[in-house]
Design a protein around this ligand. Structure first.
Ligand code: ADP
Ligand SMILES: O=c1ccn([C@H]2C[C@H](O)[C@@H](COP(=O)(O)O)O2)c(=O)[nH]1
Length: 255
């Protein structure tokens, strides 16, 4: 994979991360943790756009992609739908107990690759993260009884090894906060073949996990501060919200 080469030249180095005053402990804040970091590259701000399925993340990224100084990375969903001729996303929705670990292993790899890829512009905005793959989707499969305990244990070991040993810088999380009902309507409108089987209960479960993680901040460590943007509004209103929040987003990323 493209970023594997980046790791080969990586250095073991003490990772001193900025810590917001009073912010909850973050997963990447292990004291004086020596982590693998990309070498030979200036550190640039990274903003992750988080939100439930069909909440409007891609649409938000499209809007910001019109700004030349921002590099936009969407989720590598085309890979999840086609790895050497197989479709692990479709398989997972057909039989989560059998294929959940297959999809989530590949999601973890491809998201890690996204995080480690060279940043081509002064600011990076990316859709979701290694963190939400684990804290929302793996967690949901496990809690709903659709992922065997051994699969959850193996994925958790991988995740913990990665986050303890590799620096995954995130400077700001922008949470597009929707109701599950809004997502259900947008999901139906988008009509992605693999997702036709998604029931409302699935969106409620992932919504609750997002809320526990990013709003109540009780479930899992936060890798970065969170900016919440209410996202149930129509497209035009959302574009206004993005414009209103542009400075806060870019300022919070340190630019
Ligand atoms: N504010 C909005 N109001 C109505 N429909 C929207 C809005 N934002 C996005 N959509 C539509 O909802 C669907 C899902 O949006 P998308 O940006 O793909 O979400 P995500 O990337 O979070 O899955 C798409 O068909 C998109 O055109
Ligand atoms: O870790 C993950 C991340 C995503 N998915 C699924 C959920 C959706 O069906 C797609 C992503 O689509 P968005 O509409 O952009 O949220 O992939 C998953 O199963 N596991």
């Amino acid at each position: 994979m493209s970023s594997a080469a980046a790791l080969i030249g990586a250095l073991w180095r003490t990772s001193c991360r900025r810590r917001l005053h009073g912010a909850p402990r973050r997963s990447s804040d292990a004291p004086a943790q020596r982590k693998l970091v990309r070498s030979g590259e200036e550190r640039k701000p990274v903003i992750c756009i988080e939100g439930n399925i069909a909440s409007g993340k891609t649409t938000c990224l499209e809007y910001f992609s019109r700004t030349s100084d921002i590099e936009v990375l969407t989720e590598p969903i085309s890979k999840w739908r086609d790895v050497r001729g197989h479709n692990p996303l479709a398989l997972m929705y057909q039989d989560p107990a059998r294929w959940g670990i297959t999809l989530q292993t590949y999601v973890q790899l491809t998201m890690l690759d996204r995080h480690l890829s060279a940043v081509a512009a002064p600011v990076r905005m990316m859709e979701r993260s290694l963190y939400s793959a684990k804290y929302i989707f793996v967690e949901n499969l496990y809690r709903s009884g659709k992922m065997p305990e051994v699969d959850f244990a193996v994925l958790s070991e991988w995740f913990e090894w990665i986050t303890h040993n590799i620096s995954i810088p995130v400077d700001l999380i922008v949470y597009l906060q929707t109701t599950p009902q809004t997502c259900y309507e947008r999901l139906k409108q988008r009509c992605r073949e693999e997702e036709k089987v998604i029931p409302m209960e699935y969106l409620e479960a992932t919504h609750n996990l997002y809320e526990d993680w990013l709003i109540k901040q009780t479930a899992f460590p936060l890798p970065a501060p969170v900016l919440v943007i209410p996202a149930d509004h129509d497209q035009q209103k959302m574009l206004q919200h993005y414009e209103e929040n542009r400075e806060r987003i870019l300022a919070a990323s340190g630019t």
